[in-house]
Design a protein around this ligand. Sequence first.
Ligand code: ADP
Ligand code: MG
Length: 626
Amino acid sequence: MATKLQILERYFGYSSFRAGQEEVIDALLAGQDAVGIMPTGAGKSLCFQVPALLLPGITLVVSPLISLMKDQVTALVQNGVRGAYLNSSLTWAQYQKALRNARAGVYKIIYVAPERLLTPEFLDFAQEAPVDLVVIDEAHCVSQWGQDFRPSYLDIPEFVDKLPRRPVVAAFTATATPRVRRDILKLLQLRHPFVNVTSFDRPNLYWEVRRPKDKLEELFSLLESRRDKSGIVYCATRKAVEEVCQALQERGFSATRYHAGLEDGERQRNQEDFLYDRATVMVATNAFGMGIDKSNVSFVIHYNMPKDLEGYYQEAGRAGRDGEPAECFLLYGSQDVALNRFLLAHGEENPDLDERTREELLHRAEERLQAMTGYCHTTACLREYILHYFGEHAPTQCENCHNCLGHFLEQDVTGPARQIAACVGQLRDRYGVKMVLDVVRGSKSEKVLRQGFDRYPAYGVLAAYREEELREIVNAMLLQGYLEQSTGAYPTLQRGERAFDLLRGEAEVTMRVSAKNDAAPKARKRPQDLPKGDPALFDRLRQVRAKLSAAQNVPVYVIFSNATLEAMAAYQPTTPAQLLEVPGVGQAKLQKYGREFLQEIQCWQKDHGENPNESPSPSAEAITSP
Ligand code: ADP
Ligand code: MG
């Protein structure tokens, strides 16, 4: 029987496991349930796909998204694994055919939508089939505390109970808050599971917060210097997606868009354009990306601040899944806080919740928003800030975020802050940010005049400031406890605990400002010191990949990741055996693509007068015959 390492090499082309993978695999092979809480890109799929290939029977994988299933199954089939998916994207006839094949034992791994599990047809099949392993991917969907609650995930234990023999059950997720973790263990009825929690750190990701005067201009300049790269721009609203995408297209960027308001056909098309590298920039709301396994995303730019760090880290984490250096930018504007509060207050109502629970959830959401805002204001290490939030200890200097590499000035804003606090007092803690700022800026708006606020001492004292600047100061004051804000749809400002120190002249308010936003960052750290190949060869290998991708209608990263091409360019293998040594090249891919890449490398060596090694050049048969 093959060992797990042989399976890893043969099917996936990797020579070693990553942190945590082996332990989970061993537990599952020993018949123990398991939970893997590992960040996006950590390699959760292999934790169940390797055991699936070693166990005698079949493995069922419950997965929440059609696109996710399709992607994973495509990747498996590319690697020579017999896999299939059963979900609503199949026609009735296709579904019947897949089920027939499944009954005939054609598939080793079957992905299935949770809604299918208890249907008579599927149950009937599952009860006859030798199910050894049931995997619950994106297991946080079972929890109401998670962001993607999916009621049919609650059916999973009932399904497992109905099987004649209880299979091993494994659950995986990248969402790690303690409450969701507890729900996964309890609601999915795992039995004494082995639990593996890996570090959430993604050393190859670079973090930066920018606060541009003009976000669109900032975005143009970020994208201009990354024209050859693929990336995602996240916006808070559908409207923003449309505007930003159109602006980018008008500027000649290859951009496409995605949000829940588009009709299915367009959404699907746009997503594929991005996955297949026909469009290099995806502008989207947070509806885009769950389960999208595109490994060569080089940057994620948030055009608006998201509502919490859970969402931010998940979205930004879609960059650099191939382990290559990648960048995460957040374009912060002080309006973002207000926008998020509005979205929270007007969010979807869950009819199953009573009033108290709803209020509690809103309160929690406000706290998360506060933590997110803190990220945009901190001058300390951004990576540490995130990891700390997820309960992880981290060094206070990562040397791969803007705060560690860049320079900041602490600006003293005590003067205007004191005026703002005084104004809030004069308005008796009853009005929102907008009114407070209108008063201190001396607005002649009807609302201000009708109330007679133009006769208050605070009226017009900060007329020299832009509203935007003052909003920044208000946010800094909120974070530092000089002001507080009520919850709800129309939040009002109150003087906070420390406001009186400020009014008495016993406290100072400071605010972070970038010394120079566009200062060239120091050389960024690479995750590992991989040898770099000749960029010209790398480019030619990419062209080979693009040709194969177009010919076979599969995304480029399904063929080989950038990291694999880099390694090829560095090692310059000339025989099939040498090519197999390259991380990411397994038997199936060697058979499928080996010849093209080896030929290209040989051509390149000839063009560059390099004498390859003495071994004879590979013949076609050496590669294509099993
Ligand atoms: P997750 O589900 O945890 O977000 P995936 O399972 O999709 O992550 O894996 C992310 C990427 O990491 C994939 O491209 C996968 O091929 C790669 N990967 C997984 N395990 C290894 C390994 N042991 N060595 C090298 N690459 C790996
Ligand atoms: Mg996954």
